[in-house]
Design a protein around this ligand. Structure first.
Ligand SMILES: Cc1cc2nc3c(=O)[nH]c(=O)nc-3n(C[C@H](O)[C@H](O)[C@H](O)COP(=O)(O)OP(=O)(O)OC[C@H]3O[C@@H](n4cnc5c(N)ncnc54)[C@H](O)[C@@H]3O)c2cc1C
Length: 454
């Protein structure tokens, strides 16, 4: 059966789809959002451990671009924006542990000769980084890893950038397109003639302070508020609605979906795909670019709640990012959430702590056993954590959470979007790149064109 929809259809209820549906609802278009799972938000989700609501996935947003801050302001949530505790995160590399240099971008130092850089990589490597970065800039390589190694040397790449990129993007820096993970970095290197100066330019353009912020009560407040506003402004959200495909017809787009009413079709003049398009569109529409665009990495997040006052001292600041060369630790990152977020510390009894460890890097997913997780946390924090102090724990698997923007990604996305038939919009991490900041900025930009008053 085909039902003609008089309103736009948004497929996928992650942050991208929610932002799109909210933009459409605010423009008076009464969107219908279809979400395959039981709940909207994707990895911006919460769970309850030891009686407290905690983020089960994303816990912060990058502030280098104003996209998420602007969205929160537009939603009336400006008062809920909170900075993390003013402490450094650390990196764990094959030579030991070091505080992440202040002002770094994805671990790339803003000043290779700064004391905290020297402490992390040694005097010789710091001097080499400064000398390499003083050379004239020629044609830039296409990957972040190649750029950093060419302009600052192997130790900066291995000891600083590799752990940060591994923790944030679960990826090898050699496999990531520079501007897809650090928008504007290539042109800033060319303009300023130095990678360090480019970092200073990009960080200087952002709001002062930390490179991230959060929401009082957790990031999961964002999808909750977006969903509430979509409905309030005439939109509809249908969960357990699995879209099987999208076909272009002479009059618009046809969405084939399966939900509790069975399988049927909806015709719509505007369809927004906010999930992996490769699963839904004809190969003819997508062309050869899609296999690269839809590449994702699975992640497992393990949350531990512990009663251990030794953790009050914040032994590794807000957390630790782990180099893949540290083979005795299988976690790729640890966040000391109850140190990083004062709002969370305020809700916990004295001496209680929340640690988040993430696993899975470069496509292989690890399912760590509890003893490994505690051993990893102990090694990273340099405290022998005891099983009897563990109050609660949870393991959450995100099977295709982190898209990998390989070199050539941005050009592929531009080509793909240019080839799309009218009335079809592609958004979400698979095209915009990983992280809430990129996804929100891209979704709002893409949606404003079709929403413009005619
Ligand atoms: C553990 C973890 C921690 C993270 N931490 C951070 C962080 O601190 N800061 C940050 O910026 N980013 C973080 N990220 C990344 C960030 O969460 C994601 O980039 C972002 O949430 C992805 O949003 P999206 O809308 O593009 O995709 P998704 O949230 O994946 O949304 C896609 C939605 O589409 C639905 N769907 C798929 N196929 C269909 C279909 N056929 N029919 C209907 N629905 C369908 C899915 O069920 C899903 O809900 C983290 C990710 C993980 C996994």
């Amino acid at each position: 059966m085909t039902v003609v929809a008089t309103r736009p259809v948004v497929i996928g209820g992650g942050i991208a789809g929610l932002v799109a549906a909210w933009e459409l609802a605010m423009a008076g278009r009464r969107p219908l959002l279809l979400e395959r799972s039981q709940a909207v938000g994707g990895p911006v989700a919460r769970h309850i451990l030891a009686g407290i609501e905690l983020d089960a996935g994303a816990e912060s947003f990058a502030t280098g671009r104003p996209a998420v801050t602007d969205l929160l302001v537009d939603l009336g949530m400006a008062d809920a924006i909170v900075p993390p505790a003013p402490m450094a995160a650390w990196v764990r590399h094959e030579g030991g542990s070091a505080a992440l240099p202040a002002g770094a971008l994805l671990g790339i130092p803003a000043d290779p000769l700064a004391d905290d850089v020297v402490a992390a990589i040694g005097v010789e490597a710091a001097a080499q980084a400064a000398a390499l970065d003083a050379r004239p800039v020629g044609a830039l390589p296409d990957s972040l890893g190649a750029l950093v190694e060419a302009r600052m040397g192997r130790q900066v790449l291995r000891r600083l950038v590799d752990p940060v990129v591994g923790g944030v993007h679960a990826a090898d820096p050699w496999l990531l397109e520079i501007d897809a993970v650090a928008p504007g970095l290539s042109s800033a290197v060319t303009t300023t003639g130095s990678l360090a100066a480019a970092v200073r330019t990009l960080r200087g353009a952002a709001a002062p302070g930390s490179a991230v912020a959060g929401i009082d009560g957790g990031m999961a407040e964002l999808p909750r508020v977006l969903a509430e506003r979509i409905i309030r402004h005439g939109g509809e959200i249908r969960c357990n609605a699995h879209v099987l495909g999208v076909r272009t017809t002479p009059s618009g787009q046809r969405v084939v979906l399966a939900d509790t009413d069975g399988q049927r079709s909806l015709d719509a003049d505007l369809v927004v795909i906010a999930c992996a398009a490769a699963d839904l569109l004809d190969p003819d529409v997508l062309g050869p670019a899609v296999p690269t665009i839809s590449m994702t990495t699975p992640v497992t997040l393990v949350t531990l709640v512990l009663d251990d006052p030794r953790l009050d001292a914040a032994p590794r600041g807000t957390g630790v990012l782990v180099s893949r060369r540290v083979t005795q630790i299988s976690a790729k990152a640890l966040t000391h959430a109850s140190v990083k977020w004062p709002w969370l510390a305020d809700r916990l009894p004295s001496g209680r702590h929340v640690l988040r460890l993430s696993y899975g890097r470069g496509g292989s997913i690890a399912t760590p056993d509890p003893a490994t997780v505690l051993a990893d946390a102990s090694a990273l924090l340099d405290i022998d954590l005891r099983p009897q102090d563990l109050i609660d724990s949870a393991v959450v698997r995100w099977p295709s959470a982190l898209p990998q923007a390989r070199p050539g990604h941005l050009a592929e996305v531009r080509a793909l979007r240019a080839a799309l038939p009218p009335g079809l919009v592609l958004i979400g991490g698979a095209v915009a790149g990983n992280g809430l900041s990129s996804i929100v900025a891209d979704a709002r930009t893409q949606l404003r064109a079709p929403c413009a008053p005619s």
